[in-house]
Design a protein around this ligand. Sequence first.
Ligand SMILES: [Zn+2]
Ligand SMILES: [Zn+2]
Length: 223
Amino acid sequence: MIHVDEERARGGWSAGGRRGGFTLIELLVVIAVIAILASILFPVFSQAREKARQTTCMSQLRQIGLAIGMYRTDWDCYVPKNSGGIPWLDAVPGGRGLLDPYVRSGQPLKCPSRLRPEARYAVNGWNGVHFGRPETSPEGHTDAEVSQPSSTLIAWEHQIDAEDCELGQRGGDAFRPDAAAGVSHWDSAHHGGFNAIWCDGRVKRMRYGDLLRTYFSLEADPQ
Ligand SMILES: [Zn+2]
Ligand SMILES: [Zn+2]
């Protein structure tokens, strides 16, 4: 019988191709290396999967942005206004929303990462009247009325089921978000943030703390 150490001294393999055994230490080292690699790679894989879902969500919002562009061409109106019980967008095939005929998707537009099944893309319906502010969202208005398209929100990932959101940031201003506003109006499934589409067609991931009240209003930001 050949001792394992002698086999290893000869290269680890016997002349007949029979594999020599590993020592316990070698096995433990291999297991430890696999465990370390797994602990490094699993979070990387899960982050990569979330990144892919975020990309899917962004491409859905871009489709909605294209639909908004077509609607605007037809109706000279920035974003369709919810009215008469007809939503701006149902985001399902055959939906009854104003934008649905313009969305060319064979499947519902829903974020694959949403934290709650009822979460949906909601249009910015900010109306400052309730809070004593002469402000309104771009919904139902023309391009010319939106003073800063790149910093005015059209729609975002709403955490609860609402077609439009009027609450935006009732406090807050051009420099700070409203600490008191409920975070349930914004999802946080994308690494703590949500995707939003702006009046210039850009889609961007935001965090709740990035939201300023002026983003919800078509009026120029106060200086
Ligand atoms: Zn999303
Ligand atoms: Zn809301």
